[in-house]
Design a protein around this ligand. Structure first.
Ligand SMILES: *Cc1c(COP(=O)(O)O)cnc(C)c1O
Length: 250
């Protein structure tokens, strides 16, 4: 943020953006004939301070998303220490995870949206076991044309290719401290999100038939949450529409 805001001002700003987003989400649900309760709003707080997380939780947000291990861990610790006793949100880890950070992520995340390889799944499971925790995990699907995949990961648009999904799912199902909860994806840059999420919805049908517990679908961000909801998203990950432009990168 370019200028320092007073806390009350920030609270009012976030409150009104949150109310606008809520209207958008309700409209998207009703346009798709879906109940608003079927969709969890995950507010992506990356790059924003713990003070913003407290404002959000006091406003009733129960789910926040982060994409960097150190930042997420420190912020959650700060929120937990709140003398005002703001409720502690569920932490959704939504970013790419280096294998050597997996044990750390497993120590505090409740849901990991970005599982895209066997080695990462095993490391998360080991970490979760060490901390005596269960993690809900989503497999991140790479919706790009396979010819272009893996050469444009700047925005963390990684993921498992659709034809490798089943193998990864079976591995996760065999791991004791992970629960296979569903799928996640990011619409590829430059593609109509409705088309991309349409492909995701078609992939998801046989996937859920084969893995009946894995009904979650994390799809849709500030720019394309309507397309996500129309494709059956149970979780949307919204940052800038609620918190404003991020202070740097990301
Ligand atoms: C940053 C991020 C979001 C939120 O993006 P906005 O456009 O700010 O809503 C959602 N999903 C992932 C994976 C992200 O990295």
């Amino acid at each position: 943020m370019s200028e320092v805001q007073q806390p009350a001002q920030r609270e009012a700003e976030i409150g009104s953006r949150l109310a606008e987003l809520e209207q958008r989400l309700e409209a998207a649900c009703s346009a798709s004939g879906r109940a608003r309760d079927d969709v969890t709003l995950v507010v992506v707080t990356k790059f924003f301070p713990a003070a913003d997380v407290r404002i959000l939780t006091r406003a009733g947000v129960g789910d926040i998303g982060e994409n960097r291990d150190q930042e997420a861990k420190a912020k959650l610790a700060e929120v937990r220490d709140d003398p005002g006793g703001a409720p502690v949100p569920r932490m959704h880890f939504i970013g790419q995870i280096q294998t050597n950070k997996a044990a750390s992520v497993a120590s505090y995340a409740d849901v990991v949206h970005s599982v895209d390889r066997v080695k990462l799944a095993r490391s998360l499971d080991n970490g979760a076991r060490r901390h005596d925790r269960m993690l809900d995990v989503l497999l991140q699907v790479d919706l790009r044309d396979p010819a272009q995949a893996h050469d444009d990961d700047a925005f963390g648009r990684g993921g498992v290719l659709p034809d490798e999904l089943d193998e990864l799912a079976s591995v996760v199902e065999g791991l004791e401290n992970l629960r296979l909860a569903g799928l996640m994806s990011v619409a590829p840059l430059g593609e109509d999100p409705a088309e991309a999420f349409g492909r995701l919805a078609r992939l998801r049908e046989p996937f859920v038939a084969a893995h009946p517990g894995a009904t979650w679908l994390s799809a849709g961000m500030s720019g394309d949450l309507e397309a996500g909801v129309a494709a059956g998203a149970t979780h949307v990950r919204v940052g800038s529409a609620i918190l404003g432009p991020r202070p740097a990168h990301g």
